[in-house]
Design a protein around this ligand. Structure first.
Ligand SMILES: *Cc1c(COP(=O)(O)O)cnc(C)c1O
Length: 379
């Protein structure tokens, strides 16, 4: 018997209750019954975004919301600043270029977080930039960005702050309104504990003026159509009814645990994973790590592509390797969404087992012991 666990930074494990909700018989979307679900899901997502503004749900993976953010704000020829410190920062850059923007990049060494000084310098150099695009939780490196600090700069400028919060929604506190963020995007297969296929976007009041004037073509991703329809508690096109019902269940579970408890659980899982990796002599890839995934430098001589394949195929435990320049060199343990303290011990123990078999020398069990010390009060 092999039992499968996914400790990946998306898609993540889905609770059985949520799978059952997704499997319910089809419901027509132009009905009061579906509108009630859509209204609740939207109101509950606002709590995760920390906003009073509407959160629009789009059929598509997280990137659909990223594209909606750019397509609705950036016109061809305008300037865009993109912070690039990993694969997802690169995605902002590629998207802005695709929409004809002149992109100024703020290069951040992989594993580091952008500084306020870097953001300040870029905004000073490019005062007419339409957007500043950042990644709250850079999943490819595990590095966290101080969104609040950067928002304190953009809120006094004409430049809109656009934030990829795809692996922070439901994991880290996101306070869109309080921080003064203009656009926040997310996806369903990370902290929201459901299958891939939904993307989310919320925009600030001042962003609508930009949306009105934006000349980029868009049809399926037109925010104005989404707003007009949500005012009637419906969607412009057929929504993925089953996924939205799954999300309704997942958000019920999140609300039952309590959002602040959900954030605290992720912080604890991150702290335990970090302690475990240090206890077996490894170092973290990110200077200022996120709470949804822990990226770890592999020991000398261990190829993480081999390590993750072994863990998945032989032990049934999936973690992620590295991307880009870090392919084969780091491994990433995802602990976002439906992950308990007990689950985490499976991840840590299996990482230890794989490393041992691949020839890395350390005291077996040291990581599990360190994780337990953080997770459980065993005085
Ligand atoms: C997963 C992820 C995305 C979105 O990827 P999709 O495959 O389109 O869902 C974007 N940004 C970050 C930081 C992510 O972790």
């Amino acid at each position: 018997m092999k039992k499968h666990y996914m400790f990946t930074p998306g898609p993540t494990m889905v609770p059985a209750e949520v799978l059952m909700a997704e499997a319910a018989p089809m419901m027509h979307h132009r009905t009061p019954q579906f509108s009630t679900i859509l209204r609740e899901v939207t109101d509950w997502m606002k709590e995760l975004f920390g906003t009073e503004q509407e959160v629009f749900t789009i059929a598509g993976s997280g990137t659909a919301a990223m594209e909606a953010a750019i397509a609705n704000t950036c016109s061809p020829g305008e300037e865009a600043i993109c912070v690039v410190g990993g694969k997802f920062g690169e995605r902002w850059m590629e998207l802005c270029r695709t929409y004809g923007c002149r992109v100024k990049t703020v290069e951040v060494k992989w594993g580091k977080s952008p500084t306020v000084e870097q953001a300040h310098a870029a905004l000073t150099e490019t005062p007419d930039a339409r957007v500043l695009c950042i990644t709250h939780s850079e999943t490819s490196t595990g590095a966290l960005t101080d969104v609040e600090a950067i928002a304190s700069l953009t809120r006094h400028s004409e430049t809109l702050l656009v934030v990829d919060a795809i692996t922070s929604i439901g994991i880290h506190p996101v306070r869109m309104d309080r921080w003064g963020v203009d656009v926040v995007v997310s996806g369903s297969q990370k902290g929201c504990m459901i299958a891939p296929g939904l993307a989310f976007i919320a925009v600030s009041p001042r962003t609508w003026d930009v949306v009105e004037q934006c000349s980029s073509p868009r049809y399926y991703l037109d925010l104005k159509a989404m707003r007009k329809n949500l005012q009637k508690t419906t969607t412009p096109f057929t929504p993925p009814v089953s996924l939205i019902r799954a999300l309704h269940k997942a958000l019920e579970m999140i609300r039952e645990e309590g959002l602040e408890n959900v954030y605290a659980r992720h912080a604890l899982l991150a702290e335990a994973t970090q302690a475990a990796m240090k206890a077996i002599g490894l170092s973290l890839a990110a200077e200022n790590p996120v709470n949804g995934v822990t990226a770890v430098h592999a020991p000398e001589g261990v190829d993480t592509d081999k390590m993750t394949k072994k863990m998945r195929d032989e032990y049934g435990v999936t973690i992620a390797g590295g991307q880009g320049d870090w392919k084969g060199k780091i491994f990433r343990i995802g602990h976002m969404g439906y992950v308990s303290a007990e689950d985490l011990l499976v991840a840590v123990a299996t990482v230890e087992r794989a490393l041992k078999e691949l020839g890395y020398e350390f005291e077996l069990g040291a990581g599990v012991t360190a994780a337990q010390a953080v997770l459980f009060d065993m005085a």
